[in-house]
Design a protein around this ligand. Sequence first.
Ligand code: COS
Length: 383
Amino acid sequence: MALDQETLNQLLGTLQRFVHERLIPNERTAAEADKIPDEIVAEIKELGLFALSIPEEFGGLALNMREEVEVAMVIGEAAPAFRSLFGTNVGIGSQAIVLDGTDEQKSRYLPRLASGELVGSFCLTEPEAGSDAGSLRTSAVKDGSDYILNGTKRFITNAPYAGLFTVMARTDADSKDARGVSAFLVEAGAEGLSIGAPEKKMGQQGAPVADVIFDNCRVPATNIIGGKENLGFKTAMKVLDKGRLHIAAVCTGLATRMLRDAVRYTKERQQFGSTIADFQLIQAMIADSETEIYAARSMIRDAAIARDRGEDTKRKASCAKLFASEMVGRVADRAVQMYGGAGYIADYGIEQLYRDARLFRIYEGTSQIQQLIIAKDVIAATD
Ligand code: COS
């Protein structure tokens, strides 16, 4: 159900103030401590950000995709680690249940994901299965009314404080590809489940990433998402179709922010007797960035509206993710260039965002995977 325009505008206005008054001023603190400050976590819960995409009957705000991408573009203006805190609950950590879960799974987990009491985490990637997700090796062997999980998941966002893991594991031992994979809900604290040490990363400090290890971890059969075996890969792909659109919006928010910061700097910085904003070579970087941001925003809104109409938006979501994540990389690069030497110095802030932006071309499917999905779909649809 769509919000009325006034309610949506109010929500976006509140979030804009929150981003500018609370998140941006705390970016350095969060990055240096590698942790989102507790009071900010509490405010994020209070604002309902964990609940954005969860149906109303389970305590969520039930935003449609068009509304969700508008929110993501606003929140995306702050350092991405803040969004990551609740991003898994909005996207990959909750949507498998929303899209394919049984009624019992929905009522057991969605209210706690919506409140932020539980943080959700999505366990697809493995040491030997990154882009080729269908080749994953984590096994799930039936034992009475349970399954026994064994294997390691890698680079799992929010794993250190997650309360619920959506785990893709192979239930058909004879299969080697996507067909023999099921999705399981595994609660933190389950026997045989452990979390590795948080990784040291290039950017996005405050958004922890770690291994999730299953060593004879017993999971009740009732925790297979949707209750049926061997449908888990499709569930994961459907989750990513939505997630990629959301990430494209976050990229566009961050690009908007970096361009604004850089333009402000060029309007103050004096060289050759005038502000550098007066120079046409600087103006070219501003114009190219603005044009690309506008293109990304338009593409994302179009794809989101199509998804809300019930269309299959796999191709459009991949186009949006490919374009927006590559675009934010180019804008980050130009922004540093406009700052000149100051762009390389941590105190000016753009250096952190430049490092943060690099992840977008990799996670939720690399640019190369988006290219493959788009091309395969176009070729199949062409007579
Ligand atoms: N929605 C629904 N079903 C989908 C789907 C989608 N978007 N994409 C694929 N499927 C289905 C296919 O229809 C196929 O089903 P059938 O066997 O019934 O025909 C099945 O899933 C397997 O699809 P496919 O053969 O295309 O799988 P591949 O092993 O070739 O892998 C890619 C496809 C490469 C696209 C997939 O592995 C992928 O997205 N990799 C990147 C993983 C990723 O994003 N990782 C990021 C980590 S999570 S943050």
